[in-house]
Structures are given as C-alpha cells and as structure tokens.
Design a protein around this ligand. Structure first.
Ligand code: GTP
Length: 598
C-alpha cells in the first residue's frame, strides 16, 4: 500500500527559469517546513553555491501531500545541479526518479539546458510534467512557450501547466499532476538490496553521508553492505530521511529516498552512480549507468608562499574527501617551485576548488592556465597523455597530436546567428546543423575543440549575443589537430608555467598578442626585461618591459626607519598575488593572460 503512494521526482530547468523558487513553493504548499525555518532557497546548502546562485550539491527532501482523492502521498523531491560540469550527477539523480517537472520560463522559452536536461530525463524514462513558469511577467507569452514545448519536445501544449512560483499560481495543479502522472516506484521489497547512490558528502563527525534511492529490498542500521563498483564493505550506522532536516528512521525500503551513513572515510568509497547491495545477500548485477568520472580540465596550483606547500597538500586532501572527481599530484615547475597538477570536471569546478582553498584554508594561490588532456603519438610508436603544456614533447619527436572535441549546442534568436557562427569559426568549430525552434529561435550545432570552449568561449558567446545565447556541450572524442607548444621567455629564460598549446595557424598572432599583453600585466622591474614568444628555437615575437627607473625607497632620505618599513609593507601588499620567477615578479593575471586573447 505504501509503495503505491510514493512519488519520486526532480525539477529540471535552464538556469534562472525558476527551479529553486518552485521547489520552495512545493515545500511551503505541502507544509514540510515551517515558514520561519525557511531560508530562501532551502535546497542549496553551500555558501559559495548560494553566492553564485547555482546548485552544486544535490539534495533530496521528503514531503507529505494530501491529494484531492483524499489519500496521503509521500513525495521525494530530488534536487539536481544546474551546470554542464555536473551532468553526470544530474543523470544519476534523475535515475532515482520516476518523473520530472520541466520548468520553462514563460518569457524566454526553451534554452540549451532545457533540452539537455530533457534528454537526460528521457534517457532515464521519466514522465515529464511541463510547467510554463513566470506567467506573472509582463513579457510572458505562455501560449507561445507551450507551443514551443509541443513542437520541440513533443509534449502537447494542453498538458503544460501555466504557473508562477513568485505569485503562487498553479502550484496545487502541479502537486496534483505529480500524483496522477508520475508512476509509483516499481521494485521488489523481498529482493536483495539494490540502492542507487546519487550524492555523497563528507561530514567530519559521521563520515560520508550518501543520498540513496532504494530500487529493491530494504536497508537498516547494523546491516552489512557492499559497494558494487569497488567491492568495499561497510556496516550501516544510520539510515534516515530529509524533512529537510535529517531524521533517522528504522528502515529505508523499496521506493524510498533518504540517506545512509556507514563510517565511510572518503566519498571515493561511496561513488555517485554506484549500487549498494547487501554483503551477505548480494544482488546479481548492479544498476546500470555507473561511470567513473574523469577530470577534463587541468591546471597547476602553487602556493604564493612556498612555505605553504604542505598546507596546500592538506587542503587538497580534505577537499578530496568530499569530491571524488578532484584529482591532484605533486608537480614541480622551474618557475613556480613545488605545487600540484590538479584535475577537474570543468572550469566551474576548478574555480570552486580554487576559491575554497583560498577562502576556507587561507592559502594564496597562483594557478596556471587550464589545459585539456592531449593525446600525443610519438615517433617511437608510443602514445602519451599530456595534461601540462610545459610537458608537450618536441615537435621532432611527435608524430601527431589529438585533442578532445565537444558537440556544442547553442540556442539563440535568429538575429544573432551570424555572430554565433563567426565566433564558432574563430574557435576552430566545424558547423554541423542548424534548426529553427520556432519562427525566431535557432538551435545551432557545432563541433569545437574543448580547449576553445574552456578558454573564454562562454563569455564571448554571451557578449556577442547580448546575453541571449545559451550553451550546452558533450564530449564526443578525440581528433587530430595541428598543434604546437608556445613557450614564453622572460629575461631570456623560459617560464615553463606560461607555456601553452596553440593551433599552428593562430600561433604567430597569439604569440604577438600574448607578448603585448604580458608587457601590460607584468609591472616594471628595476631593469629592462625582454619578453619573447617562441616555438621550439624559433622566436615568433618579442618586446621589452622598460625598467622602473627609481626605487621606492629612494624617496626616503636617510634615517626614517618606520617610514621605510611602511613603504616596504605597502610594496609587499601590492605583491600579494605575485610570484618571483628568477629575478622577475609575475602577477597571477599573467598566467591567465593566454585565456583572454582574441
Ligand atoms: P539556478 O539555481 O541558477 O539554476 O536557477 P533556478 O532555475 O533555480 O531559478 P531561481 O528559482 O533561482 O529563479 C531565478 C530568478 O527568477 C529569481 O530571481 C526568481 O526570483 C525569479 N523567479 C522565479 N520564479 C518566478 C516567477 O514565477 N515569476 C517571476 N516574475 N520571477 C520568478
């Protein structure tokens, strides 16, 4: 009886279309939380996340809803992260559901992430409930958007619920439709345990807390469990539900969504997508869809103060407990000293980690420009992976270089098609297809090197389309490219941390641009500093940073020691984000200069 009254669902939407606002309304309208307990957007739990206004960590909450048919239903609302870096996590949270509420902004219509999320939902056979949100807006055109949902996604426009999370319109209707349209969970309560892990976070007191959906069987405290991907076994210390506060329960059974803890020390032992089964009575096969996540973007991270190297290692160790897709290994740079080569799912993931290290651990960092992984066939017949441009082998030893490509889907009003195509062309994209979504909006598909997407693509796309374009992309594999390594020499010395990989056809212009840019960024020194860009032995561009002329201290005549100290202090302050490389002081900005080039 109980199983029939469970409904497991997510809300999927493009960024800013109102997912969190709608979740809040559903929570309020089911009286799951007291009004005064309610922080704005309750499901977003991390600070940084709230500041950036995007959902990074997943969560699930149990709601009670008494429907028009008089029955009480148990809803599990599963939150999904809203960024392309985390699409695997999204797909695993959706796998924990039978349905999804598809939110589309009544003024904006379908955007790139709307479609990307719809595909993920369809992959998981979810029942979709279309909701046209923000109908209170003066610019809202819910009929047009309803028609667009019918044309593009194939959900009849009569099925779309017109709603406003802000004005509290349509919320009851959404709750009723969840009852009627989303199927109750299938699954056998008597079968061996199969539980899907769709999120894992590390708690310093209790170890890893994983969010799970029970597909078959049941689990309770004291049970011995096994992680099917890693084979590791643990004893369950607690199972519970989020109301949204964590509440321990005796047992989670088939169809339930809740959390489990089992004195697990690192999230790497309770991986998103893995299946938990009973150690004594294991299921025959795991649930489908588990993938080991591999980082796609790498950068070097170096403490500005070399004495903080060990602190940085400890910070990375701590973060890794909570982040199974973060990778790092020690790396030495001639220019920057001892640091780590760190790998991330994408740029946002990288920025979040860097920010946390600086903010939570108080370590000032120099981070080198992000790089993708190149696959390099050497003349001796071997193939190597290169995630650090400085380590790209000499051209004479290289047979061919391949780089990762993505399929990029860009949606834009047709006035901006020209601007988008120009940008994609400039970024070495290959045009694939272009379709009209309705009479004004176009979906454009390009294949583009991941490195070009990583470097500033999104910002340029936004500025070239006045913010109207939306972007989503998927990795499609490796393709050969004519790439070369560009080295930067300061004072005739190669600065390994400034090396980058560039396409042959753009090498000369890039070399020139970067040298000019560095000249602006690197402050004048006591002496003239030549800057050169070189490919192998060949210098492709050079310029000089003029010397500074006079020393700060020459302003104080003689003995006023406190004044002198103050000046030195001030100078130090200015140098905060600088690293001495040989005899030259280089600011952090210089390492990222290569990213912001045209
Ligand atoms: P991410 O967390 O960034 O993915 O965004 P989201 O989809 O969760 O959107 P969110 O709920 O944060 O809403 C985005 C903005 O739209 C906020 O400023 C909301 O106040 C506003 N908004 C949400 N729903 C409505 C609505 O029905 N009407 C109006 N006028 N504004 C709304």
């Amino acid at each position: 009886k109980r199983q029939e009254n469970i409904r497991n669902f997510s809300i999927i939407a493009h960024i800013d279309h109102g997912k969190s606002s709608l979740a809040d309304r559903l929570l309020e309208n089911t009286r799951s939380v007291e009004g005064r307990d309610m922080k704005a957007q309750l499901l977003d739990s991390m600070d940084i996340e709230r500041e950036r206004g995007i959902t990074i960590k997943l969560n699930a909450v149990r709601l009670k809803y008494t429907a028009e048919d008089g029955e009480e239903y148990t809803f599990h609302l599963i939150d999904t992260p809203g960024h392309v870096d985390f699409s695997y996590e999204v797909s695993r949270s959706l796998a924990a559901c039978e349905g999804a509420v598809l939110v589309v902004d009544a003024a904006q219509g379908i955007e790139a992430q709307t479609l990307a999320n719809v595909y993920l939902a369809l992959d998981n056979d979810l029942e979709l409930i279309p909701v046209v949100n923000k109908i209170d807006l003066p610019a809202a055109d819910p009929d047009r958007v309803g028609a667009e949902i019918e044309d593009v996604i194939g959900l009849p426009k009569e099925d779309s619920i017109h709603a406003s999370a802000k004005a509290n319109i349509g919320i009851e209707e959404i709750l009723e439709r969840i009852v009627k349209d989303v199927p109750a969970p299938a699954g056998d309560p008597e079968a061996p345990l199969k539980a899907l892990i769709f999120d894992s976070v590390f708690d310093p007191y209790r170890g890893v807390i994983s969010s799970i959906r029970i597909m078959d069987g049941a689990v309770k405290a004291g049970d011995k469990i096994r992680m099917m991907a890693t084979g590791k076994e643990f004893e369950v210390s607690e199972v519970g539900i989020n109301t949204p506060k964590q509440l321990a329960v005796d047992e989670l059974t088939v169809g339930d969504v809740g959390y489990i803890s089992a004195s697990i020390k690192r999230v790497g032992d309770s991986l998103v997508g893995d299946t938990i089964t009973g150690a004594d009575n294991p299921a025959e096969a795991p649930l489908q869809g588990y993938k080991k996540m591999n980082p796609m973007v790498f950068c070097g991270m170096y403490p500005i103060d070399s004495a903080k190297y060990n602190d940085l290692r400890e910070a990375l160790e701590k973060l890794e407990l909570n982040d199974s897709s973060l990778q790092y290994e020690p790396e030495t740079s001639q220019a920057l000293g001892f640091g780590f080569r760190t790998g991330f799912l994408g740029l946002l993931h990288m920025e979040i980690v860097q920010e946390r290290i600086e903010r939570e651990f108080g370590i000032d960092l120099i981070a080198t420009a992000p790089s993708v992984i190149y696959s390099v066939d050497l003349t001796d017949g071997t193939t190597i992976s290169v995630d650090n441009p400085a380590q790209m082998p000499d051209p004479q030893k290289t047979e061919r270089i391949q780089e990762p490509y993505v399929k990029a889907q860009i949606m834009v009003p047709n006035d901006y098609v020209g601007a988008v195509m120009e940008l994609c062309q400039k970024k070495r994209g290959n045009f694939m297809t272009m379709d009209y979504l309705d009479d004004v909006r176009v979906n454009i598909i390009y294949e583009i090197p991941l490195s070009e997407i990583v470097f500033d693509f999104f910002d340029q796309l936004k500025s070239n389309t006045k913010g109207y374009a939306s972007l989503d992309y998927d990795l499609i594999g490796y393709k050969e490219s004519k790439l070369v390594k560009m080295d930067i020499l300061l004072n005739s010395e190669k600065v390994d941390a400034l090396s980058f990989i560039v396409h042959k056809d753009f090498a000369y212009d890039r070399g020139k641009a970067i040298v000019e840019k560095l000249k602006k960024i690197i402050p004048r020194q006591q002496f003239e500093v030549p800057i050169q860009a070189a490919i192998g032995q060949k210098i492709v561009s050079r310029t000089n940073i003029k010397s500074m002329g006079k020393n700060v201290l020459s302003k104080c005549y003689g003995g006023d020691i406190t004044r002198k100290k103050k000046l030195l202090e001030k100078q130090k302050e200015g140098k905060k984000k600088m690293k001495a490389v040989g005899s030259v002081e280089i600011p952090q900005e210089a390492f990222l200069a290569v990213l912001k080039m045209d």
